[in-house]
Design a protein around this ligand. Structure first.
Ligand SMILES: NC(=O)c1ccc[n+]([C@@H]2O[C@H](COP(=O)([O-])OP(=O)(O)OC[C@H]3O[C@@H](n4cnc5c(N)ncnc54)[C@H](OP(=O)(O)O)[C@@H]3O)[C@@H](O)[C@H]2O)c1
Length: 228
């Protein structure tokens, strides 16, 4: 069996731990330099994944924006853009979303029921791959490994990040802390309730701290115990 990809979770949070506010417009937490840092991490990834709810709500294009980075990828024999992935159990995805109409290859992981629901809607826009009756992230990573994906970047949202962390499948975590307070319990948080491996007794290894303008970027290794 092929090795599973290295899984990097990336998120921007407010100082009080929110990843958005409760309004319909997306709250921009990062600054320009930090968005550029994220662009670099995308460019270093073979695939970038977001949950179906982020796709439906934020309608992102999920691209490498820098022409230089795309040229460097092409010069290294890679596609200009990483593979774009979304995950849906229900299969309720609109073909008009921007995600399908920018970048290179797109892949949808779903269930048998989700594939039936999607029908022909994404024909010509994305490959639709059912993982069976259930959507297990281990099976998803096995499938990506078999496709030669070495580095996977997961960009949210809450349920997607929670699922990877709860399953013990995240190798690296980048948390960009923006200097603002959302202060609304109705707003989404970085992760939801879950039984995380080791619970609060498990201290993740801190791998780096960097100031990117007014944003603090923290790098953790969730599967490695802290050295104390
Ligand atoms: N600040 C940031 O860095 C950042 C980044 C990304 C997103 N966000 C925010 O996050 C919010 C959306 O988060 P969310 O939790 O509602 O949605 P999400 O994590 O983006 O997507 C959840 C959806 O993923 C699908 N799914 C399938 N299998 C799953 C599994 N095993 N585990 C988890 N999800 C699975 C389901 O889709 P179906 O319903 O189709 O079955 C589920 O509804 C938005 O407000 C967005 O702006 C913030």
């Amino acid at each position: 069996m092929s090795a599973r990809p290295h899984v990097l979770l990336s998120v921007a949070v407010s100082v009080d731990g929110y990843i958005d506010d409760a309004s319909p417009q997306r709250l921009l937490l990062s600054n320009t330099a930090d968005f550029d840092r994220v662009d670099q991490v995308r460019a270093e990834s073979d695939a970038v994944l977001i949950g179906a709810e982020t796709l439906r709500r934020d309608n992102p294009r999920l691209l490498v924006n820098s022409a230089e980075r795309r040229a460097a990828r092409a010069a290294a024999g890679k596609p200009e853009y990483p593979l774009k992935i979304t995950v849906t159990a229900l299969g309720d995805l609109d073909a008009g979303l921007r995600f399908w109409h920018h970048g290179d290859a797109k892949l949808v992981y779903t269930t048998d029921a989700g594939r039936t629901r999607l029908g022909d809607r994404l024909t010509g826009l994305a490959e639709v791959r059912s993982l069976g009756p259930e959507l297990a992230l281990g099976a998803l990573l096995d499938d990506l490994g078999a496709r030669g994906i070495g580095r996977l970047m997961v960009e949210g949202g809450t349920r997607m990040h929670t699922a990877f962390l709860a399953a013990g499948l995240a190798d690296e975590l980048h948390v960009a802390v923006a200097p603002l307070l959302v202060g609304d319990a109705a707003a989404p948080r970085f992760v939801g309730q879950a039984a995380f491996p080791g619970g609060p007794a498990h201290r993740m290894r801190l791998a780096g701290v960097e100031a990117v303008g007014d944003v603090a970027v923290l790098r953790y290794l969730p599967r490695v115990e802290a050295e104390n």
